[in-house]
Design a protein around this ligand. Structure first.
Ligand SMILES: Nc1ncnc2c1ncn2[C@@H]1O[C@H](COP(=O)(O)OP(=O)(O)OP(=O)(O)O)[C@@H](O)[C@H]1O
Ligand SMILES: C[C@@](O)(CCOP(=O)(O)O)CC(=O)O
Length: 441
């Protein structure tokens, strides 16, 4: 028989929205979502306490960063309020991690609800270890330990994010590791469709609560399902959920995440990568910030309902045409499909007065498209100055040409552009063997 609360490891991929930024906020439209080879891993293990010792504690470590341990006490709140977690002070100051804290309260509440129904009292203390692939963070400067997981030598707040969706991958892997650790396979199985749907719903709910807003959720969808065509859930699905600890949070959470009201549409075979083609990401370190872009685009959409609908319908058609060319392996069509999308994106940026594909990025993408073996590139997600996603031949010669091009470009333009080692990947959340984490556990 397997132990009651086994040590388990789960990983979830990062994301890139290749096409469908802004449109995917609206259920009328879809997004081309790719999972990435950069993963966030979480190992969940029981904490063994001495005989007679009672403690209700969850310890979370992110050992690649300095001062990155968070300890929480937990208890069952009255009136069905679920599991309340309270951060315990470790060092001189309380260093909050809202994504970890909220995910613990959501996942433990759900586990306790299910375990309560099954008549067992299974919330034993646990230790969780977070290990993130290096591409999630750039120029941390003081990285000391090589290998798959760097020791960054800075606190989490001092690491520069590359925008691969660390919080969504973390919330998903953390939720999945807790459910897998505490629940027997017949109650939660990450490899089943039902298990993945439940994980998706619970992770979306926790991620929205932690970030204090309901986005399109494509990042959590990528973390759970990997690459797909994504149509969002209606935000109303989450509107009946009270705060953790409030009366009946537990029952309402279970009702929402198990409920039939989710209208997310994930089309796994709607998106694929032809043999010999790879999706790669560039990090552009240029110091330019883009804030409030979503707000501005939505304001333009509201102010010009008719014109914006026309443009979005056209862009949706162009996005679908790219997905079809990828599915059908029509490599010679890729450059024109990518250019058509970029043209509509620039039009949206101009009409909304938002730098979605700013001129510096237009120049970079145009020049990259001329490099032999590159089919084209876009500003992914919301766009802006700081990233580019490329479709290119999957061979070392093309990679080398792109890297050489970027070195020259960076020198000439004074903006640091570098190719990340991350690649597009189809697979979503998965169990991992413990041997991957040698030396970290
Ligand atoms: N390795 C980690 N260990 C612990 N917490 C982490 C780790 N990585 C990310 N987080 C949590 O996620 C937060 C960052 O999430 P945020 O949504 O700001 O960025 P992101 O998801 O990486 O970026 P983007 O949405 O632009 O792709 C951190 O503040 C922290 O709470
Ligand atoms: C603008 C938007 O459609 C995409 C944002 O993507 P990213 O965070 O830039 O990868 C917002 C969303 O989908 O939640």
């Amino acid at each position: 028989m397997s132990p009651q609360n086994p040590t388990v490891a789960v990983s979830a991929p990062g994301k890139v929205l290749l096409a469908g930024g802004y449109l995917v906020l609206d259920r009328e439209y879809t997004g081309l979502v790719f999972g990435l080879s950069a993963r966030i891993n979480v190992v969940a293990a029981e904490i063994h306490t001495g005989p007679g010792v009672q403690l209700s504690e969850i310890v979370v470590d992110s050992p690649q960063f300095v001062d990155a341990q968070w300890r929480y006490g937990y208890h069952r709140a009255p009136e069905g309020g679920g599991i309340k977690v309270t951060q315990l002070q470790v060092g001189p100051k309380l260093n909050a991690n809202p994504f970890v804290e909220t995910t613990l309260s959501y996942a433990l509440t759900y586990v306790d609800h299910i375990a309560g129904q099954a008549g067992t009292d299974s919330l034993k203390p646990a230790r969780l270890i977070i290990l993130a692939d290096n591409d999630y963070y750039s120029n941390p400067g003081k990285a000391t330990r090589g290998g798959r997981f760097a020791q960054f030598g800075v606190p989490l707040s001092g690491a520069h994010k590359t925008g691969l969706g660390s919080s969504a991958a973390l919330v998903t892997a953390l939720t999945a590791s807790l459910l897998t650790h505490y629940l027997p396979t017949h109650l939660f199985d990450i490899t089943s469709d039902g298990g993945r749907n439940l994980l998706h719903n619970l992770a979306q709910a926790a991620h929205c609560a932690a970030q204090g807003k309901v986005g399109s959720g494509f990042d959590v969808a990528a973390a759970v399902f990997g690459s797909c065509l994504y149509r969002r859930f209606s935000p109303a699905v989450l509107s009946s959920l009270p705060e953790p600890g409030a009366p009946d949070f537990s029952g309402k959470l279970a009702h929402v995440v198990e409920g039939p009201s989710w209208d997310t549409v994930i089309v796994k075979d709607g998106l694929s990568m032809p043999a010999g083609v790879v999706l790669r990401m560039c990090d552009v370190d240029c110091g330019s910030q883009t804030v409030g872009m979503v707000k501005k685009v939505l304001a333009w959409k509201a102010a010009d309902a008719e014109g914006s609908k026309k443009l979005w319908d056209k862009l949706q058609g162009r996005n679908e045409a790219l997905a079809a060319a990828l599915r059908e392996g029509k490599l010679d069509e890729l450059p024109a499909k990518v250019s058509a999308i970029r043209e509509s994106i620039r039009e949206m940026g101009m009409l909304g007065d938002v730098p979605i594909e700013p001129e510096s990025q237009t120049k970079l993408l145009d020049a990259l498209s001329e490099v032999e073996g590159v089919y084209g590139g876009v500003v992914p997600g919301a766009g802006g100055f700081d990233a580019a996603a490329l479709l290119m031949k999957d061979d070392d010669e093309t990679k080398q040409r792109v890297e050489e091009f970027l070195v020259k470009w960076s020198r000439e333009k004074g903006s640091k552009v570098k190719l990340l080692s991350v690649k597009g990947e189809m697979e979503g959340v998965r169990r991992e063997g413990l041997d991957v984490y040698g030396g970290w556990l």
